[in-house]
Write a protein that binds this ligand. Structure first.
Ligand SMILES: *[C@@H]1O[C@H](CO)[C@@H](O)[C@H](O)[C@H]1NC(C)=O
Ligand SMILES: *[C@@H]1O[C@H](CO)[C@@H](O)[C@H](O)[C@H]1NC(C)=O
Length: 353
């Protein structure tokens, strides 16, 4: 026990140090919760949000490919780190200077497994994202040489938020094979062993500091609640997610011991999100059991141009049937940031406000 506590403190110190660097470099991997526009570049993808009302509260009020009315959690954390939110990889893949500053590989509909979200036709699975990270590394190595490239990635921060779609757009879909082929225990094992290989690949490519998000209480998102009798949370889904989260935490502990100089942190967003849903008024919200965009039953749970919006978007925890609103993201980012970067012992330097 003291071992893991010490490890955690070391990690927080190291992240705080990176956060304090003049311009921390971040590489982001994930799904629609962190996509900032990669899917706009996938011609046939059905997982898109580049139309009204997405982005209505983003600067300029225009849709960007973010799956929310405003900012993602990543956008808000980037602002707190004093950097601009890393651009979609597919928008800058030929621009070495941009690649050096950090990019975002996240793609709506993506999962840990390649076949997750297959009905979206196109999305960058986590494996695809890692392949693009490899290309990034190769391009940077060509430009600055191998030693400098390794140093660059060793010092960068890597955020990974993936797995929700492996449930919502795979295991929980009765018409797809995985939900029928595997028991939940087997499915978790498949997810964790796949993730193990994927994190190893990132490590081999030079990533050392990684923040890996757990999955939120998916049983309580609007698209799942509508499957219950009275709009309540689906308990069995939340139990499955807790099982996944506890296994990912174990994997991270193992990898921290197995991989020299790896500093992997598990960011457990589940309790935070659940609290927001259970006690919305504590945080200034009025509604947490349905979406502002009245999209609970729409195809894919997305907000459509002909949807009727709620009258006050800041009253709602959920923007559409899957994704938190800008207001909810602001609270989650705030809490998440303070746990990650400022909960170190008093000796740890705090990023200036
Ligand atoms: C998933 O796709 C990636 C490349 O897109 C490939 O390297 C990998 O082998 C695939 N994994 C499986 C299990 O098919
Ligand atoms: C949300 O909860 C309120 C009461 O707290 C209830 O009146 C309403 O029907 C619920 N909506 C849905 C979609 O379950």
């Amino acid at each position: 026990m003291p071992m893991s506590k010490q490890l955690f403190v070391t990690c927080v110190f190291s992240l705080a140090a990176i956060a304090l660097a003049a311009k921390p470099v971040t590489y982001i991997f994930g799904d629609s919760l962190t996509d900032v526009g990669n899917n706009n570049f996938l011609q046939y993808s059905l997982a898109k949000s580049n139309y009204p009302w997405y982005g209505i509260d983003y600067s300029g009020g225009q849709a960007t490919g973010r799956f929310t009315n405003g900012r993602t959690i990543g956008d808000i954390i980037s602002a707190k780190l004093g950097i601009t939110s890393p651009p979609p990889y597919l928008s800058v893949s030929q621009n070495i200077d941009a690649l050096l500053k950090g990019v975002n590989y996240a793609s709506g509909g993506a999962g840990i497994l390649n076949d997750t979200g297959l009905y979206f036709i196109q999305r960058l699975s986590f494996d695809d994202q890692i392949n693009y990270f490899k290309k990034t590394k190769e391009a940077i190595t060509t430009k600055v040489g191998e030693e400098a490239a390794n140093k660059h990635f060793n010092g960068a921060m890597h955020f990974i938020g993936i797995g929700s779609n492996d449930y919502v757009n795979n295991f929980l879909q009765p018409f797809l094979a995985d939900g029928q082929q595997y028991t939940h225990d087997e499915f978790v094992e498949l997810l964790i062993s796949t993730l193990d290989h994927q994190i190893m690949r990132l490590y081999q490519l030079g990533a050392r500091n990684m923040v890996i998000h757990g999955i939120g209480p998916l049983g309580c998102i609007p698209s799942q609640r509508v499957k219950s009798k009275q709009g309540e949370c689906l308990k069995h889904v939340n139990e499955w997610i807790l099982q996944f989260n506890s296994n990912i935490q174990k994997l991270i502990n193992t990898l921290n011991h197995r991989l020299p100089n790896a500093k992997l942190i598990f960011a457990d967003t589940y309790p935070l999100v659940l609290d927001l849903i259970d006690s919305p008024s504590t945080y200034g919200f009025k509604v947490s059991n349905t979406s502002c965009c009245n999209a609970d039953k729409s195809i894919g749970g997305l907000c459509l141009p002909n949807s009727k919006l709620c009258s006050n978007r800041n009253d709602y925890v959920f923007w559409d049937a899957f994704h938190p609103s800008d207001a909810a993201n602001a609270i989650l980012a705030e809490k998440f940031f303070s746990t990650l970067f400022t909960s170190a012992p008093s000796a740890a330097p705090r990023p200036s406000p």
